[in-house]
Design a protein around this ligand. Sequence first.
Ligand code: AMP
Ligand code: MG
Length: 351
Amino acid sequence: MRNVILISLILLLLGCSRTPQSESVDLYVFGTMVTITTWGAPSEARQQAIAEINQTFQQMHRDWHAWEPGRLVEINRAIAAGEEITVPADIAGLITRSQRLYTQSEGLFNPAIGGLLNLWGFQSSERPNGPPPSREEIDRWVASAPHMDQLEIANGQLRSSNTAVQLDFGAFAKGVAVDEAIAILRRYGIENAIVNGGGDLRAIGSKGDKPWRVGIRHPQGEGVLAALDVSGDESVFTSGNYERYREHEGVRYPHILDPRNGMPVEGVTSVTVLHANGGIADAAATALVVAGVTGWQRIAARMGIEAVMLVDDAGTVYMTPGMQQRIEFTAIPPANIITAEPMAANQGELE
Ligand code: AMP
Ligand code: MG
């Protein structure tokens, strides 16, 4: 009998060692590395979930790409031709969710700006070079005023009242994809995990008896600006105006564009947002870069974002108390940190 107990115990221990507590896998998708880390997950469920996530990501990449041939490109072609087109449920979902976020952000998050992104050369896997588009071209785009409310979906059919609308979900898709990966992990019973796409992530559960610890990229160059603990269910998204840019005669034109004047945003280096939902965090981080030092509090309040950190070009850090409580800086002198509440939501309402 004692031997049976001993053998059972050994088998149990062997079983445990076959399920290491923390495991990571890298998937290459959306032109970036996505790392999926799980804690204490049974290996079969984990492998199945990762295979399904990989397949889902590849499909999103094909279907949601703004310039490589696929469903979104077909949709954009139909809009430009003034035609109605059938939209699959996933893209209809992206559109309707974006419409809400467009309104909440006072139009600063505007995935209808594909035409402008193309004009600036940002719809390319290469870094654009050469002179920026002319003022006339930019003004023509601004005058055509494409926006999300010009789209209407009825019975799965999409119609646009403006042929200048061109959809590009570059500011939103990664967040939605991270949410989908978390949903898949949960369907397989995995409750402790991080899905991390190049520093933008959603974390659920914890790392055993400790919270997950994550870093926020330094806006200028390599390294980590700050660290924070996350547990439960939370997303951390950073939009950096340093990440992609066009360069001509020593001038950099960064990739986040202000739909109001058609120009790259200046003055803001990065914005980090904490929110439960990855899609909302992603859209909000981009919108708050456009909102800038004078507008971020109003837009954050309207979008329901409580934890924000904005770093401006001078290296000054603005943040909400909700962020300050959470974050530990590794590279910022305290003199450069300004804490400010988001404005009450009604202060930001349009007339
Ligand atoms: P993110 O890294 O999430 O801030 O997304 C940046 C990408 O979003 C850019 O590379 C563009 O594809 C797109 N984008 C730029 N400006 C805007 C904007 N104002 N609204 C929506 N998408 C934008
Ligand atoms: Mg974004």
